[in-house]
Structure formats: C-alpha cells, structure tokens
Write a protein that binds this ligand. Structure first.
Ligand SMILES: Cc1cc2nc3c(=O)[nH]c(=O)nc-3n(C[C@H](O)[C@H](O)[C@H](O)COP(=O)(O)OP(=O)(O)OC[C@H]3O[C@@H](n4cnc5c(N)ncnc54)[C@H](O)[C@@H]3O)c2cc1C
Length: 481
C-alpha cells in the first residue's frame, strides 16, 4: 500500500527526517525477523527517540487507520517483527538509554531498545546483573525480551523475563500512555504488567521498563558431562533435579550439534559423544562446591563418559560461547533450518528425543538438538537446503509432526520464543475456543481498532472474530487446524 505524502510528511515532523525509512531498499531490511520464512516489508519505518514521539505515531496511525508493527532488534524467531499487512513499523532501537539505576531498591528503569547485555555490563562492577539471558542477549533488546517473555539458559533457576519485570510504560493501541506496575512489588489492582509481558506488540508499544537487578553469586562452577546416549543424559537431568539441586543452567546438546560447534567454534566439547550436558551451579562458594560434586557424581552414576569442571573463567566462557553460538554454528551443516521451540514435561525428555530421531528418519531430514533440558524446552533445528526440491516440504512436515508429538506428551506449542505469525495457527491445539475468545477480547481493550501487530499471536479462527459466541464445548486437540 502506498502511503499518502501527508502521512510521510507528518512522520518526518514527529521523528525527524533521519528517523524515517521509506526507500524500497531501506524497508527491505525490515521485511522479516530471524524466522526468514515469513516476509512482509512495512510501507515505512519510523525510528522514534521518546515516548512522546511514539504517542504521536500511534495517534497518526489511528487517524489514517494504518497497521502498527513494533520492532526491537529483529532477532525474534516467530515472524513477529515483520509487516504482513504493511503499515508503519516502529523501530525502538534509538530509545536505548538506561534511565535510572536504583541499587538500594535493586532495580533499573530502561528504554525498550537497550540491548539486554548492556544492562548487566552497566552494573556488574557493582556486583549486580540482569538475569534473563536469551542466547541472543548480545543483540536482542529488552523491549523485545519483554514482548516475547524471553527465556534463556539461566532461567531454570532465575525465572523468565516476566519474573524480572516490575513495571512498564506502554503506549496502547488506543493511544493512551499508561503505567503498569512499578517498583513497589505489592500493588493493588490487576496484575496488568503480567498481562502485558509476552503480548508481542499486540497491546501497544512498550516505551519504558523497570526491571529487577540481582546480586551476582559469590561462586560459579560449570560442569561439562558427556554421554554415549541422549537417554543417559536425560536420566542425569532427572537425577540432578530429583536430588534437590536447581542448577543455574542445565543445557543439553546432541552429537550433530556438538560437531557443528566444534568445527565452527572449538568450544572443547568431546566430539565423539552422543550428548553433552552443560551444568552451571552458582551461589555461596561452599554450597556450589558440594552441589558440583553431587551433580558430577549423578552424571557418572547415569553412565557419563567424562565429567569435567571448567578450571577458570576463560574455560567457562568458552564452554558457554559454544552453547550461545550454537544456532550460528549450524550454518556449517546446512544453509537453512527450521527451529522448533516446543516444550515437554522434563520426565518425557528421553521419549521425545527418541521420537525426534524417528521423525528425522521418517522425513529424511537431519535434526540437530540444543535445548534447555532443565525446563524440557526443546530446540530441534531441522536442517534443509531449499535449493534442493522437496527438502523444505519434508522439513515442514517433520516440524509439524514434532509439534504434535510434544503436545501428545503433555507439552506446549511454544516455550520461550513466543507465538508470532508462526505459531498462531497452533494455539487451538492448546486452548479451547472460549479461552481464545477471551484473549481476543482482552486484546481489544488495549487496541480497540486492532491496528497493533495484526496477524500475530491470535489465529484466524472463529473464536477470534466478530460475533463469536462461546457455546461449543472444549474442542478436541487438532480441531480448527
Ligand atoms: C541466535 C539466537 C538465539 C536466541 N536465543 C533465545 C533464547 O535463548 N531465549 C529466547 O527467549 N529467545 C531467543 N531468541 C529469540 C529472540 O532473540 C527473542 O525472542 C528476543 O526476545 C527478541 O528480541 P528483539 O529485540 O530482537 O525483538 P524483535 O524480534 O524485534 O521483536 C519480537 C516481538 O516483540 C515485539 N516488540 C519488540 N519490541 C517491542 C516494544 N518495545 N513494544 C512492543 N512490542 C515490541 C515485536 O513486534 C515482535 O512481535 C534467539 C534468537 C536468535 C537469533
């Protein structure tokens, strides 16, 4: 859709001429997030520097009835920060200041475009850190983390993003600038902060965030254990948790992933192993020492081939570099992949991993695995080469089958990445139509004209359209798909 010259001129007045991207080649940069499968360039990109500018953009879009798509760093894996219906994309990257660090109250207030890791870097010399640590934390924005309710390796112990957000400032799709929550923990009224975290830009634009800061642990130990089978590694995961140990992180990687990482990064993972566990323990020094020994012993009891504790910070950093850059390392194995983010109860890990192998064989595709084993949050990367006829179709079929296998085992359609365009069609597997309709009406409270991030999060479904009456009983899984 071509925008009128008056809309473009007003946008330039609001954000300044250097804050408007309207050329075809400029807009192309914004046509997708990291799920490059879904493409849709906005008609224009606006780059505000303040909440007042965001408010003015929303007012303009409401007058012109234009879709509004918020975007942080564009590292999402769900087809979220892209514009299938065109409209105005609002890039939040220029709003990247730390507004306040309040150590006595252990919190900080930041603008949404601030890169996750920059906050920890700003406070770590005073002994604090920001806990949510998606593997993309070097590039993803805190606004994007809030909007997708991001997780990360250390969320097993510390919780996901929502557990670290005290308050939000949001410019809603209705054009109101509202404060949700705040630095005082126990606030009267509805927990609107909790509702807005994970809304994926469908309620409005997050313009400021107050987050918790945590005190860094006295000691940290990272243990690497290798196994001859995924089953043994999965049993070790269950054993560690059953022993009452909650590691800061408990990550698993399979043989294919180990190969990719070792060829690409050389993180020191044993090449011949069928699986490795990366176990991180933190806390008071004496407790960490005892827990590391106990975790190592459990791994040996479950048949570990080798158990090694990182000797120093450099070795620890290298082990984590391998894990955090795993998705990039897979580029050595195939030009493209589909990344699944489904979850199973932790006890189902051995069963689902057997199923992953079988699905890969059935569809003739390679599947590399790296995942948050402690949370049962799987990240199978289904490899394909779209230059070869039929490979993409086989990868998609494997992806869909895998998702259904997770649901059948009592899991969920998405863990930490969110819903976006990619998983919207899968939500009815998990929610009854009355539940979907409730979410649809809730969205309308924040965004009555449904201009915010259209097509994302909620599916095209009778429960999400006008005139729905929740008369039907709960649907069997798979209905509406
Ligand atoms: C290599 C790699 C590793 C990753 N590892 C993890 C991981 O461990 N855990 C994890 O959870 N995710 C992970 N991700 C996915 C991604 O990094 C996260 O979803 C992240 O939170 C997205 O942040 P972003 O700034 O890139 O947001 P974007 O991709 O720009 O946007 C994500 C969604 O949030 C909305 N949004 C963005 N900013 C705002 C705002 N200010 N107001 C309202 N809505 C907004 C967008 O419209 C979109 O729907 C990974 C991605 C990559 C590429």
């Amino acid at each position: 859709m071509a925008l009128s010259s008056s809309v473009l001129a007003t946008l330039a007045e609001i954000v300044g001429p250097d804050g408007v991207v309207s050329s075809p080649e400029g807009r192309l940069v914004y046509e997708c997030d990291m799920h490059t499968f879904y493409k849709g360039a906005p008609d224009v990109v606006a780059l505000p520097r303040s909440a007042a500018e965001v408010e003015a953009i929303v007012r303009l879009c409401r007058r012109a009835r234009l879709p509004i798509v918020p975007r942080g760093s564009g590292t999402g894996l769900i087809g979220g920060a892209m514009a299938p219906s065109g409209g105005v994309m609002v890039g939040m990257n220029r709003m990247d200041r730390i507004l306040e660090v309040d150590l006595p109250n252990r919190c900080a207030t930041v603008e949404p475009g601030l890169i996750n890791l920059w906050l920890t870097r700003a406070v770590q010399d005073r002994g604090y850190f920001f806990a949510p640590d998606p593997s993309s934390q070097m590039v993803s924005s805190i606004g994007g983390n809030v909007s997708t309710n991001a997780g990360g390796p250390h969320c097993l112990k510390y919780g996901i993003t929502v557990n670290h957000v005290l308050g939000l400032e949001v410019v809603t799709g209705a054009g109101d600038r509202v404060q949700l929550g705040g630095r005082v923990v126990d606030r009267p009224g509805y927990d609107l902060t909790g509702i807005a975290v994970g809304a994926e830009g469908t309620f409005g634009l997050v313009t400021a965030i107050t987050v918790r800061l945590l005190h860094a642990a006295e000691a940290v130990k990272t243990v690497l254990a290798s196994f001859s089978s995924i089953e043994h590694a999965s049993e070790a995961v269950s054993g560690i948790i059953a022993a009452g140990i909650i590691p800061a992180a408990l990550e698993m990687l399979d043989a294919l992933m180990i190969r990719a990482i070792e060829e690409g990064i050389g993180a020191g993972y044993p090449k011949g192993a069928a699986a490795v566990l990366l176990i991180e323990l933190d806390g008071p020094a004496a407790e960490v020492e005892a827990q590391a020994e106990r975790a190592a012993a459990i791994c040996r009891e479950r048949g570990a081939l080798d158990v090694r504790v990182a000797r120093d910070d450099a070795e620890r950093a290298l082990l984590w570099k391998g894990r955090k850059e795993a998705a990039g390392a897979v580029g050595r194995l195939a030009p493209t992949y589909l990344l699944q983010d489904a979850v199973v109860p932790r006890s189902k890990l051995p069963a689902i991993m057997r199923e992953v192998l079988a699905i890969g064989e059935r569809h003739g595709v390679q599947i590399a695995n790296v995942f948050h084993a402690g949370d049962g949050n799987l990240h199978p990367l289904i490899l394909y080469d779209d230059r070869r006829p039929g490979e993409l179709e086989r990868a998609k079929a494997a992806n869909e089958e895998l998702l259904h296998a997770c649901i059948a085992m009592g899991g969920t359609v998405t863990g930490e990445h969110g819903v976006g365009l990619d998983k919207a069609k899968n939500l009815p597997l998990q929610y009854a139509d009355a539940d979907l309709n409730f979410m649809y009406r809730l969205r309308g409270v924040f965004d009555p004209d449904r201009l915010m991030n259209p097509g994302k999060l909620l599916p095209a479904h009778p429960a999400c359209g006008e005139g729905f009456r929740p008369a039907r009983p709960r649907l069997p899984a798979g209905a509406w798909i």
